[in-house]
Structure formats: C-alpha cells, structure tokens
Design a binder for this molecule. Structure first.
Ligand code: VAH
Length: 316
C-alpha cells in the first residue's frame, strides 16, 4: 500500500487531492503538509504536519519519519501572485521543487508535481498545442513551470527517479477557492451567479483558455500515478484538458440554469496579458495514448454540478 506525502495540502488542488487519496489508499497512508495549520477535513481526517517547503531538512525528516514511498509536491504560487513578487515566486516555486526532488532522490520516492498550460508562451502554437513544442513563457510562473518540467525530466534521466507530471489547465472546484490565478474567474463566476446574479469578468470576452473540473483533475493524478511506467514515453509533463472556453460561453452555460444571470467585463490588464500568452486549446493525445486520460465533465455538466454543490455550500 502506498504511503503518500503531499505538500501544499491546503491549496486549491491539495485540499481535494488529500480527500481523494485518502479514499483511494486509506487515511493513515496519506500525510498532508502545509505551511500553516487551518482546521479542516484535511487536517481532521488523517495525519497532518506543518512544513515550509523551503526547509529541506524539515521535509526530509517528515518524509522519513512517515515512511513515505511517494511525494506529491503541490505547494506553489500561481501565475498572478507570482507576477506581483517574481523573485519570491522563483525562490519558493523552484526552491521548494528542488527540495522535494532531492528528498525523493535520497529516499527513493515516486514523485509527482503539476505543471501548467502556463508553461507555454505567445510563440507556442495556440490551437491544438502539441505535447512537444516551443515553450517560451513570458511570466515568472511559466518560467518556473518550464524549469520545473526540465528539472523533473533531469531527475528521471540522471538519477532514475520515477517523476511524473501533468500540465493542468485552469481548474474549477467547489471546495477551496483558488488564490492568485489567472483562470480563477471561471470559479468566481459561479459564486457570484448565486450570490449576486451577475459577474464582472476581469478576462475579456473571446479569451479562450483550457479548463477542467476538479474531479477529472484528481482522477488524472491517480491514473498517472498508477500508470505502467513501461508505457510512458513522456514524463513531465503531460498535456491534459477537458474543455476550452471563453467568458461568454461559461456565462451562457450558467444562464441555462439561471436565466437572469448577467455578465459584464472590466479587464485586468495584468491577468489579461497572462491569459493572452497561453494557448487557446492544448492537445491531450499523449496522455490519452500513454495512460488512458479521460475527462468526464464538459462545460454544461460541470456547470450543473458546480451550481448544485455551491447552493448547498452557500445555503442558497
Ligand atoms: C493559474 N490556475 O491561473 C492556475 C493555472 C493554467 C492556470 O496554472 O495560475
């Protein structure tokens, strides 16, 4: 049975990943860590430790004492936050990743960390973006993600470490709200639709980005973790996506459920520039062929589920 250590366990992905992993592998076999303790189902449903991922010795001790055989490094600053403090973002995103890779090498752990469509830049083909293509991102987050992909490939090639990763699109969830991302509008819009009946988008109409509902993202992580390594031609990091849409399309999907919902636009130039530098729609065929990636939620199905879950959460 796997013994999995997760960093960034209270983040947007981490907070749901912990619950998914505990249901798959048993609560006691999944150690959640984060830089702060916030009482939640993550901290109450299984082992939890406070960990600053820039503390290599602390990370090694926690992984060793837990008897981990798998490291899932989820702690990172997202795109918009990273642009506000690029040096801090480099130190945290790259320092934390290097520590997680080194601890995994020293203790021979299987290793997973997510990359992002943010690893692509304006010179990358925007439509049907290939698995292997030009990656010249123009954001600190993107530089971190490309560097991280190369570092994870290096640890696989140089040390034989079993590193695996995916390039996530914007992730939409009804549990932990994302913090500091560019795609967060696609989460905020559902909350505002129920709370105010309208939403002002900071991303311009017509701006396509890849997106995926969190349940599909979590299943993709488990499927890749369990994939037969002999079938993996790629390692870091597989393109995965479920849909590509622009703000007026998610608004239209919400209007099918809430006909009076209205969208307006007040573009944030910083996050618009980040979104404009990313692909419109990436090609997930390598993930489909090499480990059977499959998304279950499209925009309409996700919208129905999001609104249903948020109505309960918001007491609507
Ligand atoms: C962000 N949600 O917006 C993250 C993600 C593809 C976007 O990397 O920064």
């Amino acid at each position: 049975m796997k013994k999995i250590m997760v960093t960034g366990a209270l983040g947007q992905i981490g907070s749901e990943l912990i619950m998914k992993l505990r249901s798959e592998y048993g609560a006691d076999n999944v150690l959640a860590t984060d830089i702060r303790h916030v009482a939640s189902n993550v901290t109450e449903s299984g082992p939890f430790e406070i960990l600053d991922v820039t503390d290599a010795k602390g990370m090694h001790k926690i992984a060793q004492d837990f008897g981990a055989d798998t490291m899932m490094h989820m702690a990172a600053l997202l795109s918009a936050t990273a642009e506000k403090n690029p040096v801090f973002a480099w130190n945290l995103n790259m320092g934390g990743l290097l520590n997680a890779l080194e601890v995994s090498r020293e203790l021979n752990l299987q290793f997973f960390t997510p990359s992002s469509i943010g690893a692509f830049g304006p010179s990358t083909p925007k439509k049907n973006t290939p698995q292997d293509t030009l990656q010249r991102p123009t954001t600190m987050y993107g530089v971190n993600k490309v560097s991280g992909e190369l570092l994870c490939d290096y640890y696989y090639e140089r040390f034989g470490l079993d590193t695996r990763g995916v390039r996530f699109p914007g992730l939409i969830s009804n549990v932990a709200k994302p913090g500091g991302g560019t795609t967060d509008y696609a989460v905020d819009i559902y909350y505002k639709a129920l709370e105010e009946g309208k939403y002002t988008s900071y991303i311009a109409e017509g701006t396509y980005m890849d997106m995926m509902y969190m349940p599909d993202a979590l299943q993709a992580i488990v499927d890749l973790l369990e994939a037969d390594p002999a079938k993996l031609k790629h390692r870091n990091a597989f393109n995965v996506t479920a849909m590509s849409f622009e703000p007026s399309q998610i608004a239209a999907a919400i209007q099918k459920e809430i006909p009076t919902f209205e969208i307006a636009y007040e573009v944030d130039p910083v996050r618009q520039a980040i979104a404009d530098s990313w692909p419109d729609a990436i090609d997930p065929s390598a993930a489909i062929e090499e480990w059977g990636f499959k998304a279950k939620y499209d925009l309409d199905k996700m919208t129905v589920d999001m609104l249903e879950k948020l109505k309960v959460k918001l007491g609507k």
